[in-house]
Design a protein. Structure first.
Length: 705
């Protein structure tokens, strides 16, 4: 076998030569220029915002120290900027006007036959969520939404505004209007990048710089979350750092894209649509789809990634050159991470002042709980609260540790889910359904509705999971802190005296069963599932029946506790269903995840994109070559099979199986005809496979869609 494999000549396919070294160096230099310019612009805008806010802050501090009435009077421009809390009178009309301009210059397939508009007037697409081109810019634009998502989360957590006299229908209509206003804010920027013309990029650049200026003035004069406290004054800049970095990156990146578009204007490419340009990218030699197809044919090694961060973060996440996440995944993840950052800052700043009242109320509940489970002990050592069997320590330190730990755990879970998305997509590409349910054609409507909810469900699950995990860790850390500070807590000791003996009995029984099963009741120390000592096994099963009846109640309680702990820990992940394999389809989050995987697999399959891209390239850039002879076609097939020896056997088996199947079908349909007619090969038997000679001949003859 080894000799035969070594004698097979391997002929590597030659792709068109491209100066990738110069291209990579120019991209690296441009990336460094963009990074440095973004940091400088963000720092300068933060200084401007700080200079605007400082006089107002010093005035309020002066009035507070001199015991003068402190009233914050908003600047007159604030009433002009926003008519309401969510409607910006400057940026919203401008964004609507730019979207209208883009709609006029956008071509639509529905109006191509019209005599008046000549194919123009169409709603511009903000972003191709299935593509992986210009993902960084799209992700940064979506990260700006984290502010608005934080406001929505605060409204949900606070239960809305109970003092409002508006009806329920009016409140929901205002919330829908609020979501539309949020979407219209970044719609022109995304649409301009998608259309990718000098006019749209110029409009988007002007709009982004204007919106950035309005944001600086509004955050400095009109909107400050942590303004009243002197200690929290500098924390406003901390919360503004990610937001200003994102706005600075967009403000620098758009002029660079505009300069590149003006410099590299290809007259032939003007007739191509944006979808055709994206599809043509898939057939380039360095594209992700080409790398995936090369790996299938054994022509490349994708274990070593060319990404610069792959060696640094290899222990967390391994990059692959043959896979890229879509723009939707990257955009959702950036929004979620920035939202977690804002939530953590908000909880760590606004939470500690309220912990004193929460501690007093919690101490009363702890005293009531301790009275229910035990009697007062007069010999209890003196502490801060002598009448309490469950004294509570200070909450501030434990509170901060709990939220920081919850943030770290949630971040790790999101990274694990990111790796799971890639693994499940690669499994779906090759038809592997070992982790997610098999795709069923009758469930296509559920799959498309599931992918609708993927982004929203992920954001909601992450927020709720992060808060519940922080509360869960806070309760555990409070109990540990009470033991460390007070030495002994009678209530916890009473609970542990009940739990620990039961757990010891359960663990002893579990390890005893393993030892007996391995060395007494199984042959060859458990290597073979064959019973040994049958008589002793029957006696053990008889007495074990009564003992496990008691342990079953303990196991049931432990199952509930484990389910609660695992649900809190895995709440932020959509790829994990706590309901189990049988009931995972009724989990809305997991169903949305499965729908997302199936839709992504259908529209982003690398083999499909690579093949269709080659067909489109041959159709658009056809060459005047003469029709090749059949002998040359056969030589091409031979070279292809030499490069891929595995396909030789698959091709033979496919041809044999196809001929046998078609002959059987003909025997069933024509059993009353002559035997000579049955022995004739059917016409369809020549349709062998996608790599057969006849298919290649027909492909060369048509060369059209």
């Amino acid at each position: 076998m080894n000799r035969s494999k070594q004698n097979i000549p391997i002929i590597n396919r030659k792709f068109p030569s491209i100066l990738t070294i110069n291209l990579a160096s120019s991209r690296r230099i441009l990336s460094w220029i963009t990074l440095i310019a973004t940091i400088l612009l963000a720092i300068s805008t933060l200084i401007i915002k700080w200079a605007i806010l400082k006089p107002i802050h010093e005035e309020i501090i002066y009035k507070f120290k001199n015991k003068q009435p402190v009233f914050f009077k908003r600047h007159s421009i604030c009433r002009i900027i926003d008519l309401s809390s969510e409607f910006n009178i400057f940026t919203f009309p401008l964004s609507c006007f730019i979207i209208l301009l883009f709609a006029i210059i956008t071509k639509s397939v529905s109006f191509q036959g019209s005599k008046y508009c000549k194919g123009y007037i169409g709603i511009p697409i903000p972003l191709d969520f299935f593509a992986h081109v210009k993902r960084t810019l799209a992700a940064v634009i979506f990260a700006i939404f984290a502010d608005e998502l934080l406001d929505i989360a605060n409204d949900v957590l606070n239960g809305g505004n109970p003092s409002s006299n508006k009806g329920v229908a009016i409140i929901y209509l205002l919330q829908i209007l609020r979501v539309l206003v949020i979407g219209f804010r970044c719609y022109p920027t995304l649409a301009a990048v998608y259309i990718d013309t000098w006019f749209t990029l110029l409009c988007a650049t002007i709009y982004v710089w204007f919106d950035f200026s309005i944001t600086i003035v509004y955050n400095g004069l009109c909107h400050n979350d942590y303004y009243p406290s002197n200690d929290d004054y500098n924390k406003t800049n901390v919360t503004d750092i990610p937001r200003y970095l994102c706005l600075a990156y967009i403000s620098i990146k758009l002029p660079i894209l505009l300069f590149k578009r003006i410099r590299h204007r290809h007259i032939r490419d003007r007739q191509l649509t944006r979808e055709q340009k994206t599809l043509l990218y898939s057939s380039l030699p360095y594209s992700v789809e080409a790398q995936y197809v090369k790996k299938l044919f054994g022509m490349s090694n994708t274990k070593i990634s060319t990404n610069h961060f792959s060696q640094i973060f290899q222990f967390i996440y391994t990059w692959r050159d043959d896979f890229r996440f879509s723009s939707r995944v990257v955009s959702v993840y950036t929004s979620v991470l920035l939202l977690l950052y804002f939530l953590t800052i908000q909880f760590c700043v606004q939470g500690p002042p309220l912990l004193g009242t929460i501690r007093r109320n919690s101490q009363e509940l702890a005293n009531l709980f301790s009275k229910l489970i035990n009697t007062p002990d007069p010999n209890l050592q003196l502490n801060e609260n002598p009448s309490s069997d469950f004294p509570l320590p200070d909450f501030v330190r434990t509170y901060l540790i709990a939220f920081i730990a919850a943030l770290f755990i949630t971040f790790i879970q999101l990274l694990i889910m990111l790796a799971g998305i890639r693994r499940n997509l690669l499994q779906a590409y090759r038809g592997d359904d070992c982790e997610i349910p098999r795709r069923i054609s009758s469930e296509n409507i559920n799959y498309i509705t599931g992918t609708f909810h993927f982004a929203g469900y992920l954001i909601g699950y992450v927020i709720v999971g992060y808060i519940f995990l922080a509360i869960f860790l806070f309760i555990i850390l409070i109990s540990i802190d009470a033991f460390i500070i007070y030495g002994n807590v009678k209530t916890l000791e009473t609970i542990l005296k009940i739990i620990i003996p039961t757990l010891l009995l359960v663990f002893f029984k579990m390890y005893l069963n393993k030892i007996l099963g391995q060395y007494v009741f199984l042959q060859r120390a458990g290597e073979v599932l064959s019973i040994n000592n049958r008589r002793a096994l029957m006696i053990f099963l008889y007495f074990n029946f009564f003992l496990d009846a008691f342990l079953g109640f303990v196991a049931a309680i432990m199952r509930i506790l484990r389910s609660i702990a695992s649900e809190i820990l895995y709440m932020c992940r959509l790829d994990y269903s706590p309901l189990g394999r049988k009931l995972e389809t009724i989990d809305a989050g997991f169903s949305a995840y499965c729908g997302f995987i199936f839709v992504e697999c259908t529209h982003r399959h690398p083999v499909l994109l690579y093949f269709v891209s080659h067909l489109l390239r041959d159709h658009l850039y056809a060459t005047n070559k003469k029709r090749l002879s059949k002998a040359r076609h056969k030589w091409y097939v031979a070279v292809f099979l030499l490069n891929n020896p595995i396909l030789i056997y698959r091709r033979k088996r496919f041809l044999t199986h196809l001929q046998q199947t078609e002959l059987k079908m003909m025997l069933i349909e024509t059993k009353n005809l002559n035997e000579l007619y049955i022995e004739q090969p059917p016409i369809l038997a020549h349709r062998a496979s996608v790599i057969s000679v006849k298919d290649l001949e027909e492909l060369w003859e048509r060369r059209k869609f």
